[in-house]
Design a protein around this ligand. Structure first.
Ligand SMILES: C[S@@+](CC[C@H](N)C(=O)[O-])C[C@H]1O[C@@H](n2cnc3c(N)ncnc32)[C@H](O)[C@@H]1O
Length: 215
């Protein structure tokens, strides 16, 4: 597994290359379609990366009074995100955390909690802490919006994930610390109502998308 330190170092040097992760695009489109971001008023994103998704939402989808808070462990990512979201001045901010998946946001203050391609690099323990944190931050009825690398469902995607997992075992940093996960396994409890769950394969790489309503 990636330690917090390893994640920080890796994404500090990866920086803007994150925007070229071509296989993520289709999953993000599905997430945006089902996450109803046009009605969002307060979005919190964990592992915001370069702020590419935040910019897309704030510029083209949400209303002008929608607020955004992004969190990332990498100073480089926070620098890039800040540059991207400064155009939204008073209503968008981001800050660097130390890796612990706790977020400096008041309880029940957000209506969307966004986390794309991050749960697949967290330890199970951190993933559980993060989802408890998402539950704390979201108001009842708010949407948890997740996308992640997952297990293959077709011959070609199973082969891709087999090779991917071999590389991960060899050295996690070759694949950015990411390994396939099943997101819904964290959500079968009385805290969430899953309203969308799908797997899309793009360039042979399978991604899982989940939208869950906070109960
Ligand atoms: C694969 S990138 C995904 C970035 C962005 N969400 C996207 O979809 O383009 C993973 C991001 O999670 C951040 N990250 C990894 N571990 C983290 C942690 N423990 N706390 C906060 N951010 C973390 C990395 O710095 C990186 O920006």
């Amino acid at each position: 597994m990636f330690t917090h330190n390893e994640a920080e170092n890796f994404y500090d040097s990866f920086g803007i290359k994150q925007n070229k992760q071509f296989y993520e695009e289709s999953a993000i489109n599905i997430l945006l379609e089902h996450g109803k971001f046009s009605t969002a008023k307060n979005i919190v994103e964990f592992g915001c990366g370069t702020g590419k998704l935040a910019t897309r939402i704030l510029k083209y989808i949400s209303s002008d009074d929608c607020h955004y808070t992004g969190v990332d462990i990498s100073q480089t990512m926070i620098f890039l995100c800040q540059k991207n979201i400064e155009q939204f001045s008073g209503r968008a901010k981001c800050y660097k955390n130390d890796g612990v998946p706790e977020i400096d946001v008041q309880k029940q203050s957000a209506d969307r909690f966004l986390c794309t391609y991050v749960l697949d690099l967290l330890t199970e323990k951190d993933a559980i802490v993060l989802l408890n944190e998402a539950h704390r931050i979201l108001m009842p009825g708010g949407y948890l919006c997740l996308a992640s690398l997952t297990h293959g469902t077709s011959f070609s995607s199973r082969l891709v994930i087999y090779l991917w997992s071999c590389l991960f075992k060899l050295k996690p940093s070759i694949v950015g610390g990411c390994r396939p996960v099943k997101l819904t396994k964290y959500l079968h409890n009385n805290k969430w109502q899953i309203i969308h769950n799908s797997i899309i394969i793009s360039y042979g790489v399978p991604s899982e998308i989940v939208i869950a309503k906070r109960i």
